[in-house]
Ligand binder design. Structure first.
Ligand code: PRX
Length: 585
């Protein structure tokens, strides 16, 4: 697309004609707000109990159900197969009350860990929010996870309860004997539960729909989510109730949610985007959300926008690229005029994605947003009122100081590449890596929070993503740790050693690539590689398996035996191999 193709594109910049917007952006006057905004101003966006207590779920559900939004539809759940279920704020209030009562009856205590392992469904939202109401720490798990991933999370957090369905529970049973603290397995879709299982339906039917949402200290925890780093098992990123302040603020200022919006976040609740912007933030703003069941499909997605008259859409670059690859004729078959503002997150959004949207969605560009599981809400973004520089992540939220620094924490001049850091702290920042203070401390250096990303800032203050400073892999926007995949690989009898990297891929951002040394007696074959792939899929996760496998004679290692993934990556991509002084031989 050239500049002339769109009336909004000039000199490579997407300019906004604010007078033409259907609704005025909630955030106006960014430059002034950066100077004047105080976090205490945002505290007024949520309701507090006496003595400074709070509960995020009260703000997400109760305050609407007990006020003017009582009969407003909170959730339009479309299973993608013809059934659409609408739930009002009041219904969600009563259901979450019931679920909180179920947990209390089971003896679940304040700040106990309750895991929710469900496909997208009304029960997923009800159990997640019901657990938070009861004062528990709720933790959703991505439904693609296999037994190893489930064990790692439930074991590390000493989870006491698991809410799941009759299919997914089978994976939990494979590791249940390794989980001594797991007392309750609640199954949502079985009338006849087996010994040791609790029937969600029976308990919900018997439970009262009255519950007084537990008053929490703002620093007590509302949810935790496991995420991957370069080394070790996934780490439990813990978020406090206070986070709802910023989750609400960003839903207004960034996602620009207005009362009349119909909002759709395509992320699964097993990821931070799904938790914060597919549940907490938008409902805290009292907005109607759409949940679409089933898998990605261009037809189904466009149809969802058309059928539900979606106005605000938050998705991921891989999805945008997949839609682009399907061509422009397909969206032309649907009425997509309800769309108002579009957003993406999770990986770099190609400039072509921004401009393609201008063309296909009648002058609505994608707005890239940047944040992380650890940051708890959007920190850097393209705001609706601002011109977009396609390819840029935008500018920091008022209240957020973001910089590019060198190894000493010294701020680098504009245009120079370095570590992206944020000045602690902000209301939605993680409070803890679950029971792992050294891991938490690794993020904090020189008075900054190190994001693990590298980036640069241009002369106008726009941030540009460069890459990861570590070995974390983003594949289709999902975060995968190479160590977890390597650990799963070496459980296979044919694998002696494994090194895993992200390999750039046009569609998925990166794919997972494994280099493997075979155990004696095994020889390379396509069948063996396929068997290894299936093994990782079934043990670890359906999305975190190596699409490509190379069998090698040996792996580059440091003298202390650490696999040098940097060298594997350099060799794969034909890059300079850099310093090899620590190499084994
Ligand atoms: O590398 C950055 C990338 O995703 C990482 C965070 O992953 P996760 O915790 O799974 O959270 C993703 C959704 C909030 C970041 O360190 N990332 C996120 N947003 C962007 C991005 N990379 C480039 N551009 C973005 N907009």
């Amino acid at each position: 697309m050239t500049d002339e193709d769109s009336e909004l594109m000039h000199g490579g910049i997407v300019n906004k004609d604010l007078a033409q917007l259907r609704l005025k952006p909630n955030l106006r006057g960014y430059d002034d707000l950066r100077k004047t905004f105080k976090w205490a101003d945002a505290d007024k966006l949520v309701e507090w109990f006496p003595n400074g207590k709070i509960n995020s779920a009260y703000n997400v559900i109760d305050r609407h159900a007990l006020g003017d939004n009582k009969d407003k539809v909170a959730l339009i759940y479309d299973d993608g197969e013809g059934t659409v279920q609408k739930t009002t704020f009041e219904q969600l209030y009563r259901e979450t009350n019931k679920f909180a009562n179920v947990l209390v009856k089971l003896g679940v205590k304040r700040q106990d860990r309750v895991f929710v392992f469900l496909q997208r469904s009304t029960e997923l939202y009800v159990s997640f929010l019901g657990a938070i109401k009861a004062g528990a720490i709720a933790s959703p798990m991505f439904p693609a996870f296999g037994p190893d991933a489930i064990r790692d999370r439930l074991l590390d957090s000493s989870a006491v309860a698991l809410v799941t369905d009759s299919e997914l529970v089978k994976r939990a049973y494979q590791v249940k004997n390794q989980l001594p603290d797991l007392k309750h397995i609640i199954v949502v879709d079985k009338a006849d539960t087996e010994a040791g299982e609790i029937s969600y339906r029976a308990e919900m039917d018997a439970a009262s729909d009255d519950f007084e949402t537990v008053h929490m200290d703002p620093e007590e925890f509302q949810f935790m989510l496991y995420t991957s780093g370069t080394t070790g098992k996934p780490k439990g990123v813990v978020h406090a109730h206070k986070g709802i302040v910023q989750q609400t603020l960003t839903s207004r200022w960034v996602l620009d949610l207005h009362d009349e919006d119909i909002y759709w976040c395509t992320a699964d609740l097993g990821w931070i985007t799904g938790v914060v912007y597919g549940c907490l933030g938008p409902w805290s703003c009292g907005v109607t959300q759409v949940g679409l069941g089933g898998r990605f499909g261009p037809d189904r997605w466009y149809k969802s926008i058309q059928d539900h008259r979606i106005s605000i859409w938050y998705t991921a670059p891989t999805a945008v690229r997949m839609l682009m690859a399907k061509g422009d004729d397909l969206p032309a078959k649907y009425d997509l005029t309800s769309l108002r503002v579009l957003y993406s997150v999770g990986e770099p959004l190609n400039p072509e994605g921004v401009t393609w949207a201008l063309d296909v969605f009648a002058n609505k560009p994608f707005h890239d947003t940047w944040w992380q599981t650890e940051t708890g809400s959007i920190l850097i973004t393209n705001f609706p009122e601002m011109p977009i520089k396609p390819g840029s992540m935008g500018k920091p939220l008022p209240g957020i100081e973001a910089q590019i620094v060198d190894e000493n924490g010294d701020v680098l001049p504009e245009g120079e590449e370095g570590s992206l850091v944020i000045r602690p702290s902000w209301p939605s920042m993680m409070r803890q890596i679950w029971k792992n203070e050294p891991k938490y401390n690794e993020y904090m250096r020189n008075g900054w929070y190190y994001t693990g990303d590298t980036a640069q800032i241009d002369k106008d203050g726009y941030f540009w993503y460069v890459g990861r400073a570590d070995d974390v892999i983003k594949t289709s926007g999902e975060r995968v740790g190479p160590f977890e995949v390597e650990s799963a690989l070496i459980e296979h009898e044919a694998v002696a050693e494994a090194g895993v990297i992200g390999k750039p891929d046009q569609l998925r951002g990166n794919i997972i690539k494994a280099f493997i040394v075979l155990t004696p007696g095994h020889t390379e074959s396509d069948e063996l590689k396929e068997d290894i792939r299936k093994f990782v899929k079934s043990r670890l996760a359906g999305h975190a398996y190596p699409r490509e496998i190379d069998i090698v004679k040996s792996l580059p290692k440091t003298r202390s035996g650490k696999i040098m993934r940097r060298l594997l990556r350099a060799k794969e991509l034909g890059l300079p191999i850099g310093d090899t002084s620590t190499l084994e031989d």
